[in-house]
Design a protein around this ligand. Structure first.
Ligand code: LLP
Length: 421
């Protein structure tokens, strides 16, 4: 039996369930996720690591849940043995709801607030990855008040351009993330003199959709150099978090050769004899999700042919924000004739556009369309802009479709709002 997304009887299916049936039962727009694909991705990553790295240096894979933080998705990964990377008190809350062991949760939050730090220490998370000098004092002071000692690692900014788009590159010196090696050397010394933080290592994350192994290598090498300097200064370095950023295929991207990546880890990181952590987000969930939407209108103007969908940039902002490509596929091909469309949503902005000049089989009102590779940074970046209720989310697992988030109602939209008396 076919699992994942595939075409059967001329209709797009996920496992044995037809998209048309999901639309009938749950309406559109709706996010649909395949648990089988998420598990396969986790397996693919962990098995390469098992093959290439020694048993005592297996990485702790911490899912970067900003990619998709629905508690059911988190639960699927938790049950695989995955850890969690969080960036807010909200993500901590979700992770604990999904049942993650706090000892497998790391916080890489930028601009950590007091309430968030307290919540993380109370939960007993494994470590904080430090983004700014003052965070060290802040965490030390709060830990002291709470009578705890907190593990910290310092994020290195290696000054390397890694990501697939300017807005998702994080490791260049002009980016706000991490600190230079010179600064970390001073901070590590300072932290080691404080009473309630315990510096245990370093982290690095150069960006997202990093498709060339060549980008990771210099980052690993800079990390290694810094470990050696810190150790020579008498510091303990027992933990290295080597980040996420593994790419997926949206269109015709080159996939990272995971085995070659693992070999870099083996050759450069393993000899340092530390605990190893990784923070993949998109890789685990990106191609496991689709945004199912319906054609409201085919609108012809003298210059363009618009396909107007019932999903908009509020539901999936990646094309608008990053000029991101998403494959767009009719759920059922009703004809062999094709047409070329600008595919747009209903939001009152010209930027509400999924793609320009895409050729699809000829579409008509009420036809269903799947926007693919929407499992990562899809729903998690959705908003109610234009007062559009958030879409529903459905998880398909073993031919069972579960609503893992109800479509918002109009009442949900104004929840918490009030008109002063
Ligand atoms: N670790 C850190 C410290 C991060 O900042 C990120 C992503 C990850 C791990 C996971 O990266 P991934 O493996 O998913 O590439 N909204 C953008 C992506 C922003 C990524 C932010 N940080 C998009 O839709 O492409």
């Amino acid at each position: 039996m076919m699992s994942g997304f595939h075409i059967k009887n001329n209709t797009l299916h996920v496992d044995q369930i037809a998209f048309s049936d999901i639309a009938k039962e749950h309406g559109t727009p709706t996010y649909i996720y395949s648990a089988a694909i998420i598990r396969d991705q986790y397996q693919a990553l962990s098995s390469v690591m098992r093959d290439v790295l020694p048993d005592n240096r297996q990485p702790m894979i911490c899912y970067a849940c900003k990619a998709n933080s629905n508690i059911s998705i988190l639960n699927v990964l938790k049950n695989m043995g995955c850890g969690l990377e969080i960036v807010s008190e909200g993500e901590l809350f979700r992770g604990l709801k999904a049942g993650f062991d706090p000892a497998k949760i790391i916080s890489t939050s930028f601009g950590k607030g007091r309430a968030e730090i307290i919540a993380c220490i109370t939960a007993g998370i494994r470590q904080f990855n430090i983004e700014a000098a003052d965070e060290v004092d802040h965490i030390n002071d709060i830990s002291k008040e709470m009578g705890k000692t907190t593990q910290i690692v310092f994020r290195l900014n290696p000054n390397i351009a890694g990501g697939g788009h300017d807005k998702i590159s994080t490791g260049r010196k002009e980016d706000k993330f991490g600190n230079s090696a010179e600064d970390i050397i001073k901070l590590y010394q300072k932290a080691s003199e404080l009473t309630h933080v315990n510096p245990i290592g370093l982290s690095v994350h150069i960006g997202s959709q990093v498709s060339t192994i060549e980008s990771f290598r210099p980052a690993f090498e800079k990390l290694t150099e810094l470990v050696k300097i810190l150790r020579a200064a008498g510091h303990m370095v027992t933990c290295l978090d080597i980040g996420g950023g593994f790419p997926i295929i949206y269109n015709d991207e080159k996939l990272l050769d995971l085995r070659a990546y693992a070999e870099w880890v083996r050759d450069i990181i393993v000899p340092l004899e530390t605990e190893i952590q990784m923070e993949p987000g998109r890789y685990l969930v990106g191609n496991a999700g689709v945004l199912l939407t319906k054609v409201e209108y085919v609108k012809q103007t003298p210059s363009r042919n618009f396909l107007v969908l019932d999903a908009g940039m509020n539901d999936l902002i990646r094309p608008t924000l990053y000029d991101a490509y998403h494959d767009i596929q009719p759920v059922t091909a009703n004809t062999i004739d094709t047409d070329t469309y600008d595919i747009v949503g209903p939001i009152c902005e010209s930027g509400d556009i999924f793609t320009k000049g895409r050729t699809l089989t000829k579409m008509a009102k009420d036809d269903l369309v799947a926007i693919k590779s929407a499992g990562a940074y899809g729903f998690s970046m959705a908003s109610t802009y234009n007062s559009r209720p958030l879409p529903s989310e459905i998880l398909i697992d073993g031919n069972h479709a579960s609503v893992i988030r109800k479509r918002q109602t109009l009442e949900d939209l104004i929840q918490g709002e009030a008109i002063p008396a």
